[in-house]
Write a protein that binds this ligand. Structure first.
Ligand code: COA
Length: 318
């Protein structure tokens, strides 16, 4: 039986940093409020003209480098993003052109913060059925473009970045299982209310009922991690690292408690990255792989939750 495994990870953050102290000058907020309610201290924001695919290309090249795969060898691209460069061509295809892997399937999918989990799940299946051998899985966003910088409720949360992994076939299990969900009943709690078919508003902006999102996120992420463990007949203690969606430190702590896992075994980057939506899990994963915390053979539990709502989890033997 063929499995897929993560052969390499990569990430990229735009150069410009906005700290909580910078935000104090932009909206009625304080560093203390932002840190205590969210855990965020700073976030990266794309420069004028810097696009989601620009960030993704840099992350992708780093992941390919780590995997020892040449860009032209990529044979499948799944790209999670809610902030595409264009209506079409899709970001996956724009990235394919830059990498020079002409003719291979490449697409993007818009499942908000769960975008990487969805992309990983699809790519895993293509590798396992033998139709892809060098699959690039991307989560990349320029959420700053749909953030209302005069709204303190959302401006303090969202940010830009990109993360990538390369999946390749393996005799030993790498990605053990993925679990995807959505529930459109919650569509009014977190959304960006304009688009091609409805028509674009003068200003694109994320609208969020923060408190309610918080409660549902904690519940769904908790059941997501239980589901992943149960599907593999594994105890919570088997997990070496929780790599959660980086939305809010309090949501991360609640999921860690549910798993009974100490915070020392949770990868936390929210203080430096803010909420980068689809990019958040692969960014956190890459940080921990590169700083040596995550090692080959470790069991990772990845999870993400976002607008829709959409959510997903994955158990991965790195
Ligand atoms: N600075 C200072 N005060 C702020 C503020 C800010 N940036 N944003 C909101 N406030 C105020 C509110 O106006 C409210 O004031 P009031 O009591 O006078 O009405 C007070 O702080 C408390 O607001 P509340 O929304 O109840 O705070 P909270 O503890 O729920 O924290 C969030 C707000 C947004 C940090 C929190 O709800 C959250 O993280 N939710 C999940 C969001 C998320 O993760 N979304 C993405 C999912 S992928």
């Amino acid at each position: 039986m063929i499995h897929s495994r993560i052969a390499g990870t990569g990430s990229h953050l735009p150069e410009k940093v906005i700290t909580n102290f910078d935000l104090e000058k932009m909206v009625d907020t304080t560093d203390e409020w932002i840190r205590s309610r969210t855990g965020i201290e700073r976030r990266h924001v794309a420069a004028d003209g810097e696009t989601t695919v620009d960030l993704a290309e840099k992350a992708a090249r780093r992941a390919l480098d780590a995997a020892g795969v040449a860009p032209a060898e990529v044979d499948f691209i799944a790209f999670g993003t809610t902030t595409p460069d264009l209506v079409f061509p899709n970001c996956g295809t724009l990235l394919q052109q830059r990498l020079g892997c002409r003719g291979v399937p490449a697409f993007s999918l818009e499942t908000a913060c769960a975008g990487f989990m969805y992309a990983l799940s699809i790519a895993d299946k293509y590798v396992r059925c033998g139709e892809a051998r060098r699959a690039l899985v991307i989560g990349a966003e320029t959420l700053s473009r749909i953030t209302d910088w005069s709204d303190r409720a959302t401006a303090v949360l969202f940010a830009d970045g990109a993360g990538a992994v390369v999946l390749e076939p393996s005799a030993a299990p790498g990605v053990l299982s993925t679990h995807l969900h959505s529930d459109g009943h919650y569509k009014d709690l977190l959304y960006c209310g304009s688009g091609v078919s409805r028509g674009f508003a003068e200003r694109l902006a994320i609208i969020m009922a923060g408190n309610e999102v918080f409660k549902v996120a904690v519940t769904k992420l908790g059941s997501g991690v239980d589901e992943a463990l149960a599907a593999n007949g594994l105890e919570r203690s088997a997990v070496d690292w929780l790599v959660p969606h980086q939305a809010n430190i309090r949501i991360i702590q609640a999921t860690a408690r549910r798993l009974d896992i100490p915070m020392e075994r949770v990868i936390v980057t929210v203080q430096d990255h803010g909420n980068t939506s689809a990019a958040s899990v692969p960014l956190a994963l890459d940080v921990a792989v590169r700083d040596g915390r995550i090692r080959r053979g470790d069991l990772l539990l990845l999870e993400a939750f976002g607008g829709g709502f959409t959510w997903g989890s994955a158990l991965v033997r790195y």
